[in-house]
Design a protein. Structure first.
Length: 282
């Protein structure tokens, strides 16, 4: 009888221990991942959901794009299989907050490395050097930014890209804003505008969509330098170093170039060579 009481008591203690473990055992909220990787752990990675060729959530719920491919490769090197990645939509205005709050472990979302941003987050990379460019119709004779004088130039509301072109290259350009890049593409296709401007990687991604293949071309201009990096929580030097090692391996084994060709190739995107880790092009 005494033995039964001890056994029952032990069972209660054991059950309580299991309950406590179940309630507190998931560390995924700590900076977007648990401590070790692999096994049943998850890693949360911030991406864009609405940028074809870079970060896009498809109708079937899967994710595609160059940023997605880079992040998947990096996660693999950190010990996470693709099914252990939790993709988190991270809009431009939310990126620093998502990292500092621990909502995500990494961010790969056309995240240009700037001195201002480096005050709030750390960066691995860069992993892509992009440039502001123009997207025009395939038969367009626009080849320089100065050709946009007296022409209609489209960009999205809130972007400074079109204004930069007007200020620096084509003071007589007529600016036309749309709510999104898809709307600018439709306007370009219909002849309502003569060109669209933003980062060449973003333009190439949109132009590479099946419905637009062969209809547009990049002018091939380098109106700015945009060094895309992987955002990491400020002070997490260990993760920065691991991501940098993964990016170097991605380049050396050919996976980086394959990802570029797969995501941007149909738009005849003439990418820069893979940037050197830590070398920011001003």
């Amino acid at each position: 009888m005494k033995l039964r009481k001890v056994t029952a008591a032990s069972a209660v203690v054991f059950a309580l221990a299991l309950t406590a473990t179940a309630c507190g055992g998931d560390d995924s909220g700590d900076n977007g991942s648990s401590s070790s990787g692999g096994g049943g752990d998850k890693i949360k990675i911030g991406i864009k959901y609405d940028q074809p060729g870079l970060g896009l959530k498809t109708p079937d719920g899967s994710f595609t794009g160059f940023d997605v491919d880079v992040a998947t490769y990096v996660a693999k090197e950190l010990g996470y299989e693709p099914n252990q990645i939790e993709w988190v939509e991270t809009k431009s205005a939310d990126r620093e907050t998502a990292l500092s709050r621990g909502d995500v472990k990494l961010i790969a979302a056309t995240y240009s490395i700037t001195d201002e941003r480096k005050q709030k987050v750390d960066f691995a990379g860069p992993y892509l050097l992009a440039h502001q460019d123009l997207l025009v119709k395939a038969d367009s004779d626009i080849s320089e930014a100065t050709d946009l004088n007296d022409k209609k130039l489209c960009s999205v509301t809130g972007s400074t890209s079109a204004q930069n072109v007007k200020n620096d290259f084509a003071p007589k350009a007529q600016l036309s804003s749309r709510g999104g890049y898809s709307e600018c593409l439709s306007a370009l296709q219909n002849g309502q505008v003569d060109a669209l401007t933003t980062d060449d990687s973003i333009l190439a991604g949109y132009a590479a969509q099946d419905q637009y293949k062969g209809k547009f071309k990049l002018a091939g201009l380098k109106l700015s330098n945009e060094n895309y990096g992987v955002g990491v929580k400020k002070g997490d030097t260990e993760t920065v170093n691991k991501v940098n090692d993964a990016l170097e391996k991605m380049v050396s084994d050919g996976s980086w170039q394959k990802a570029v060709e797969k995501n941007f190739g149909p738009a005849n995107y003439k990418n820069e060579p893979a940037p050197k880790i830590g070398q920011i092009v001003q």
